[in-house]
Ligand binder design. Structure first.
Ligand SMILES: NC(=O)c1ccc[n+]([C@@H]2O[C@H](COP(=O)([O-])OP(=O)(O)OC[C@H]3O[C@@H](n4cnc5c(N)ncnc54)[C@H](OP(=O)(O)O)[C@@H]3O)[C@@H](O)[C@H]2O)c1
Length: 327
């Protein structure tokens, strides 16, 4: 089978598509013919060996995929060849086939195509857990979303609106802000237009209730300053670097700084995770939330897709489309 392989750490361009042996399907496992895989920022970091988890080379990057069950291993119940499934893991998805544990698969709701299913797993789940559990957003609250044109950010805009918040979207381009507006954001701020702190003071004179921050860098502090007394700031990622926040700000504003990390959340809050996943899947199946796929690449162009994400150009999700022409 063909797969995008990272043989040495580095920039996205180290990833090359090669012919590799298809993985064997063992007991308790399922072979999935991948029809779409989506690119996440952590894939870029894993290839660069800059992620908090290290994966030894060579490896096939790609953490979320959707496709069709091709083979079920011994002892597997509940799945049959032809079932439409999606899944998330750490690596292996940028390939024509993956072999995964049967328990890790999710059934794709009827009427949802593989690209949307592949684009839904990481960003929407992250934003749902962040807003529903960590920020515990309430209807009528004011929500600021940084990186609002990116994968996690655009999902947070959409989910914030669905959960009843009024959303202020912050991003670096007109195109990204247009996508945020199409997902329901009502206030749009381009942080490249000038002083973000002043822009947020004008937009939200009473202050915001919640900030969701998948960006960090120089944007985190002005966003935190835009909270009213007692507001909640959820740190999700550091696409622009890890910020340092002066603690006197936290003291003076009485704000709560909260963190979300998927594996920690799953480990420490399994019941909440299961409840949220059920709720989110039902909203996905009902069409209330759906990923915005801003760019699609072929498997052969996996390195270009990683580069697109690394450069912060993604609007919503970036997908590798591997579906046969007829599907
Ligand atoms: N905590 C968790 O469990 C979890 C789960 C998923 C993702 N994450 C993290 O969340 C962050 C965002 O992920 P994502 O999938 O939303 O990424 P994305 O689609 O690439 O969006 C990231 C946004 O960050 C901004 N940005 C600033 N500097 C950037 C740079 N040098 N390169 C790329 N983007 C830059 C861009 O917004 P502007 O328009 O403002 O420039 C971009 O839209 C990543 O750090 C990722 O590792 C964490």
């Amino acid at each position: 089978m063909r797969a995008a392989v990272c043989r040495e750490y580095g920039a996205p361009e180290v990833v090359r598509v090669e012919e590799v042996p298809a993985p064997l399907c063992g007991p308790g496992q399922v072979r999935v013919r991948v029809h779409a895989a989506s690119v996440n920022y952590p894939d870029v970091l894993l290839v660069a060996n800059e992620y908090q988890v290290k994966v030894p080379t060579p490896f096939v990057p790609g953490s979320e995929y959707a496709g069709v069950v091709a083979e079920v291993g011994e002892g597997v119940g509940g799945w049959s060849p032809g079932d439409q499934v999606s899944g998330i893991g750490m690596t292996d998805a940028f390939a024509e086939e993956v072999v995964v544990s049967a328990a890790s698969l999710t059934r794709i709701p009827d009427g949802v195509d593989a690209r949307a299913a592949a684009a839904f797993g990481v960003a929407h789940r992250t934003s749902y857990h962040v807003l529903r559990s960590v920020a515990a957003i309430q209807p009528g609250e004011e929500l600021i979303v940084l990186g609002a044109g990116g994968g996690v950010g655009l999902a947070a805009v959409q989910i914030g609106v669905v959960l009843g918040a009024t959303v202020t979207a912050i991003a670096s381009s007109r195109e990204k802000l247009d996508a945020a507006a199409a997902s329901g954001a009502t206030r749009l701020v381009n942080h490249r237009d000038g002083d973000l702190r002043a822009a947020l003071r004008d937009a939200l004179p009473e202050g915001a209730d919640v900030v969701v921050d998948p960006v960090g860098g120089d944007l985190a502090e002005p966003a935190l300053r835009a909270l009213h007394y007692g507001g909640r700031f959820v740190t999700v990622g550091f696409a622009a670097g890890i910020p340092r926040i002066p603690l006197n700000l936290v003291l003076l504003k009485g704000v709560h700084i909260l963190g979300f990390q998927f594996i920690q959340f799953a480990t420490h809050h399994p019941d909440e995770l299961a409840r949220n996943e059920d709720e989110l899947l039902a909203r996905f199946a009902a069409g209330e939330v759906t990923p915005h796929v801003g760019a699609t690449f072929a498997l052969d162009d996996a390195a270009a897709a990683l580069r697109f994400v690394a450069d912060g150009r993604a609007i919503g999700k970036v997908v590798l489309d591997m579906a046969p022409a007829s599907s």
